[in-house]
Ligand binder design. Structure first.
Ligand SMILES: [Ca+2]
Ligand SMILES: [Ca+2]
Length: 189
């Protein structure tokens, strides 16, 4: 049994305990243990059209899919640009996220998948299999990363931050939930 397998088994035991506790205490809408989680966010950044409204995580043994829905995703901005950071936590033994997907939210934008430590980018962008698409008709961003690209985690959770620079002197920031808070863990089951 290699180190990752041991870490994963510890995680599974811990998640089961935590999941049972949360389910019985709070009866939360999104279960802590699932292959899919959906988390809504209020219209709390109405100064931005890209106010985060909902995030869906779908985790399979082949890939991790993250969808982010906004109030109004548009091809172009007549002011400053807005962008998004999707932080992926894939290892519960290391504090904080291990990866960050960084992208603009307008047509033709670049995106990069990066390693992070202490929420800060480390090293060069990764070239392993991942893809991002902006669906302006449905106001949805879809991000997909190959399972191997993320170190084949049994579970993952995400934190999402939108920054709108429409008014450069007063950027609008919207986190999914609280600042640097994560969704529940989503397994590949
Ligand atoms: Ca919001
Ligand atoms: Ca971690």
């Amino acid at each position: 049994m290699n180190r990752r397998t041991r870490a994963t088994r510890r995680l599974s035991t811990r998640m089961l305990a935590t999941g049972a506790l949360v389910a019985s205490a709070l009866a939360v809408a999104a279960p802590a243990l699932a292959d899919r989680a959906e988390v809504k966010d209020p219209a709390d950044a109405t100064a931005s059209l890209t106010d985060i409204r909902k995030v869906v995580i779908d985790h399979s043994p082949q890939r991790l899919l993250v969808k982010v829905r906004f109030t109004d995703l548009r091809r172009s901005s007549d002011g400053g640009p807005s962008g998004i950071g999707i932080f992926l936590d894939t290892d519960p033994d290391q504090a904080g996220p291990e990866f960050k997907l960084a992208s603009g939210l307008q047509s033709g934008t670049d995106y990069q998948l990066l390693r992070v430590q202490d929420w800060k980018i480390v090293g060069e962008p990764l070239s392993c299999r991942h893809h991002l698409a902006l669906d302006f008709a449905d106001d949805v961003l879809r991000f997909r990363a190959g399972h191997a690209c993320l170190g084949a985690p049994d579970a993952a959770r995400v934190a999402v931050k939108m920054t709108d620079m429409y008014d450069g002197s007063h950027p609008v920031v919207d986190w999914l939930g609280e600042r640097r808070s994560f969704t529940g863990w989503v397994t590949t089951d």
